[in-house]
Structures are given as structure tokens and as C-alpha cells.
Design a protein around this ligand. Structure first.
Ligand code: HEC
Ligand code: HEC
Length: 336
């Protein structure tokens, strides 16, 4: 009996870990540009990541303990709020913008549709304090965590002592979020020479490179810059202008990534389009003119992008190759 117990205790730590216990590592895909998040100031550790994940899924981060980050950012939908036009938070209150995907955040220069926040570590206080999202005060949230039976030990494992402070809280959340790397879609495997794409998908990729990739650029599928793509009929949300107060930025929004786009409906900052067919029909025929409309979308005296019915079918076939099931189902990123 004692022999068996001894054997188990010797063998267990070297067993290959599986599922949610599997170690998380940050690996920058070879096909991506250099990451920009300052990892040297907040290195990814297993205990920091596990703490960040627990915080991300903990509804005690909201005033009445009902709304977690993970309520609006759902893994199976690439961390958007599936089916919700605009954000839906505490007391059933609605915000005014669609929830963006949380993927490849280590490559983002700034955050939110208008780029109003420049550091991933400074994102969480916004939803936490927002009266229509989580409506809480950070000191109250930290007090709840200090009184919890598990958190002090988890902060100690991650940061060396059991002190729970704002910096550590934000760094743990960032560790979880910057570890959310999506780079194993069929498209990525095609880029790595591991699989083939169909002739429709390849034709869609070529069309995409001609018509879409000025803005949805690089393998991040975003140029990480701001454009007015003509989605608003009248400018009710000024977007980037709210941050810069430069009139040229009126109606400009951050180009969203298209990774896992099949799973992140509804689309655009206002959630006004519901399918990829709607998106292609929009670019083909419904791009609204306003003085800041991107010049790429007003060539040859008309607005929009010339697309035949066949072009649309092929581009959509290509966009679906960006679905990364390993990412959407990775047990390490799920609520435990
Ligand atoms: C009520 C829904 C809701 C909750 C709760 C929520 N978010 Fe968000 N999140 C949004 C919306 C909507 C945006 C876009 C806001 C904007 O652009 O004005 C957003 C944007 C973000 C972004 C920026 C993504 C990008 O690419 O620009 C990050 C990061 C993020 N949220 C993380 C979090 C974290 C961490 C929490 C918990 C502390 C959280 N969110 C809670 C709805 C929510
Ligand atoms: C001039 C730059 C530009 C071009 C060209 C462009 N896009 Fe976009 N795209 C954007 C911007 C900016 C947004 C967000 C606009 C908003 O919500 O106000 C966007 C949004 C989208 C969305 C919604 C993403 C989401 O998460 O909500 C999809 C899908 C999309 N574009 C696909 C395409 C396709 C396909 C093409 C080519 C046919 C294309 N785009 C061409 C800039 C561009």
C-alpha cells in the first residue's frame, strides 16, 4: 500500500498534463509581426495566467456579483458576446457598441473601437466602472477578493506574496488575455504548408488580397489603424474622433481582425450586420458616403467595392478558413 502511494507521488508530477492544466506558453507565430505588449514588464507564468483566468470568469468583479468579463466575451464565439448587437451588462442595461473579439491582443497598439486605451493593463477598469457594464469600484472588487478563501493564495503563487493590489490584479488579467493567441486555423496550416485550401477558398484569398487587405492587413487581418468604411448612414458615433478631436477621424473605427469571423456575428462597431453575406452585400452596394469615407472605398466615382455574386461566395469561403477550432475550444481558456 505504502509502496503504491509512494509510486504515485513520484510519478504524478512528471505525468503529461492534459486539458486545462496544460502549461500555457506565449509563442509568437512566425507569420505574424512582432508582438507589442510589454511582456518583459509582465511575463507570462502559469500561476499568473490561472489567476487571470479566474478573475476573467468571476462575476464578483461587478457591483452585484452578476456579470463577469466572460459574460460578454464568450470563448466559443472568439470572445465576443454571441448574438448581441451591442453590449449587454448589469441590470440588463445596454451599451452602444458591439463587443469585439479578444484574439491576438499582444499585437494591439490600442484598444476599443476608437482606440481610447493604449495599454492592455488599463482596459479592465473601463468595463468594471462602466455603469452599463459591471458598475463596480475597483477598491470594492479588491476587498471582495481579499475576503475570498482562494485568491490570497493565488496572488501569492503568481506574485510572491498574498498582497492583492490593483497592479497585480490588472497584470494577472493581462496575462490571461495576451495568452489568447489564435493561429491554428486552416488558413494558418495552409500558410505553414501543412494543408491545402480548395479552389474556391484560394480564389477567395486572391480576391481578399486585392480588395480587402489594405485594411484587413497581415496575418493579424487588421492594419491596427482607423478607417471610415461607410457603415453609418449618418454619423451617430464619431468613433476615433472622440479620442483625437481631429475632424478627419469622424466616423473612423479600428479595423477589426477577421480571425474566427464566422463565429463573431453580429458585425461592425454597431452590430448592424448579421451574416457574412450581409457584410459582402454591404461592401458591394451599401457603403454610405460621408466626407471621411476611406478613399479606398470611393474609387471610380462610386462608393464601395465591386463584387460579383461569385466573388462574394468565394470571399466567404476564404473567410471561413480563418476559423480556429483549437482556439475556440482550448480548455485552458475556458471557465474552470
Ligand atoms: C457588458 C459587456 C462587457 C463586459 C462585462 C466586459 N466587456 Fe470587454 N468589451 C465590451 C465592449 C462593448 C467592448 C468595446 C467597447 C468600445 O469599443 O467602446 C469591449 C472591449 C474590450 C477590450 C478591447 C478589445 C479590442 O480589441 O479593442 C478588451 C481587452 C476587453 N473588452 C476586456 C474585458 C475585460 C478584461 C473585462 C472584465 C474586467 C470585460 N472586457 C468586460 C463588452 C464587455
Ligand atoms: C478601407 C478599409 C477597409 C476595407 C478596404 C475593408 N474593410 Fe472591412 N472593416 C474595416 C473597418 C474600419 C471595419 C469596422 C467598421 C465599423 O464597425 O465602423 C471593418 C469591418 C469588417 C467586418 C466586421 C468585423 C467585425 O468583427 O465586426 C468584416 C467581416 C469585414 N470588415 C470584412 C471585409 C471584407 C471581406 C472586405 C473586402 C471585400 C473588407 N472588409 C474591406 C475596414 C475595411
Amino acid at each position: 500500500m505504502a509502496g503504491i502511494l509512494l509510486l504515485l507521488s513520484v510519478v504524478a508530477p512528471s505525468c503529461k498534463k492534459k486539458g486545462s492544466d496544460q502549461d500555457v506558453k506565449f509563442v509568437a507565430p512566425a507569420s505574424f509581426p512582432q508582438p507589442v505588449y510589454n511582456m518583459a514588464a509582465n511575463p507570462l507564468t502559469q500561476s499568473g495566467f490561472v489567476l487571470g483566468r479566474k478573475l476573467f470568469y468571476d462575476s464578483r468583479l461587478s457591483r452585484d456579483n452578476t456579470i463577469a468579463c466572460g459574460n460578454c466575451h464568450q470563448q466559443f464565439a472568439s470572445f465576443v458576446h454571441a448574438g448581441h448587437t451591442v453590449s449587454h451588462g448589469i441590470d440588463n442595461k445596454l451599451g452602444h457598441r458591439n463587443t469585439p473579439a479578444l484574439v491576438n491582443l499582444a499585437w494591439s497598439y490600442d484598444f476599443f473601437w476608437d482606440g481610447g486605451v493604449h495599454d492592455l493593463d488599463l482596459v479592465p477598469p473601463n468595463p468594471i466602472k462602466n455603469p452599463v457594464e459591471m458598475d463596480a469600484q475597483l477598491p470594492d472588487v479588491l476587498a471582495k477578493l481579499r475576503n475570498d478563501s482562494k485568491y490570497p493564495g493565488m496572488f501569492k503563487a503568481a506574485f510572491g506574496t498574498d498582497e492583492i493590489n490593483t497592479t497585480r490584479f490588472l497584470q494577472a488579467l493581462s496575462q490571461f488575455m495576451y495568452a489568447l493567441v489564435s493561429a491554428n486555423s486552416r488558413y494558418d496550416r495552409y500558410v505553414r504548408g501543412e494543408t491545402k485550401l480548395s479552389s474556391d477558398e484560394l480564389a477567395g484569398l486572391a480576391l481578399f488580397q486585392q480588395r480587402c487587405s489594405t485594411c484587413h492587413a497581415t496575418d493579424l487581418f487588421t492594419d491596427r489603424s482607423y478607417h471610415n468604411n461607410g457603415i453609418q448612414t449618418g454619423i451617430s458615433d464619431s468613433g476615433r474622433y472622440n479620442v483625437t478631436l481631429d475632424p478627419a477621424d469622424i466616423g473612423r473605427f479600428k479595423t477589426p481582425t477577421l480571425r474566427n469571423i464566422e463565429k463573431t456575428s453580429p458585425y461592425m462597431h454597431n452590430g448592424s450586420l448579421h451574416s457574412l453575406e450581409d457584410v459582402l452585400d454591404f461592401y458591394g452596394a451599401s457603403v454610405h458616403y460621408s466626407p471621411t469615407l476611406d478613399t479606398v472605398l470611393q474609387r471610380g466615382g462610386t462608393t464601395g467595392i465591386t463584387l460579383s455574386a461569385d466573388d462574394k461566395v468565394k470571399i466567404i469561403a476564404f473567410l471561413k478558413t480563418l476559423t480556429d477550432d483549437d482556439f475556440l475550444k482550448d480548455p485552458r481558456f475556458s471557465e474552470q
